[in-house]
Design a protein around this ligand. Structure first.
Ligand SMILES: CSCCC(=O)/C(O)=C/O
Ligand SMILES: [Fe+2]
Ligand code: NI
Length: 181
């Protein structure tokens, strides 16, 4: 189930808010400038499916997002526990970073934990199949796929280069929750 937990960024022992209610998740994130929506993940795909398979299955949704929002690049992260690079890939996303554009992710299978560092709070958002999240440009954040990844996310970018991260050098992610799966 999708979920949110909100903490002061300096103290993970002081949980301020937690919910699995979609309207509450949406409202809290909207107040922080983050778009969170539930879409229909219509195709049954297993994590590990190829990029071509995923894009073909979701072509209509992708085309609509491109037409409405003008995204320039689309790719897919599709990982399962058998992926030989899973530890390496986990570390890439686990350090706090920013992107120069909105981070738009549509989960079409499995789950992953986004942590957004906004002003003096950390918003942990467990995203699941059907969730679309858009984190505003330049928001410090990190993402945990857990030790045994099991998810497919479609990524939409506003630039032709695709995924470019700027690491903040802050080790804040080490003090917050991980996805244990
Ligand atoms: C959920 S897709 C993989 C993670 C990613 O693209 C990203 O930018 C995490 O911050
Ligand atoms: Fe990111
Ligand atoms: Ni901070």
């Amino acid at each position: 189930m999708s979920a949110i937990r909100i903490y002061p960024h300096a103290d993970i022992t002081q949980l301020e808010f937690a919910s699995q209610n979609i309207s509450s998740i949406r409202a809290r994130l909207a107040a922080a400038g983050v778009r969170f929506e539930q879409w229909q993940a219509s195709a049954e795909l297993s994590p590990g499916a190829s990029q071509d398979e995923v894009i073909a299955a979701y072509r209509a949704d992708i085309d609509r997002l491109i037409a409405e929002e003008g995204y320039q690049t689309v790719d897919v992260v599709s990982l399962n526990r058998k992926n030989p690079k899973k530890d390496e890939l986990r570390q890439i996303f686990l350090r706090e970073h920013r992107h120069g554009e909105d981070e738009v992710r549509f989960f079409v299978a499995g789950q992953g934990l986004f942590s957004l560092h906004i002003n003096d709070r950390v918003y942990e958002v467990l995203c699941e199949r059907g969730d679309l999240i858009s984190v505003p440009a330049n928001t410090p954040h990190w993402f945990d796929m857990g030790p045994n990844p099991d998810f497919i996310a479609i990524r939409l970018f506003n630039n032709p280069e695709g995924w470019v991260a700027h690491y903040t050098g802050d080790n804040i992610a080490d003090r917050f929750n991980r996805l244990e799966n």
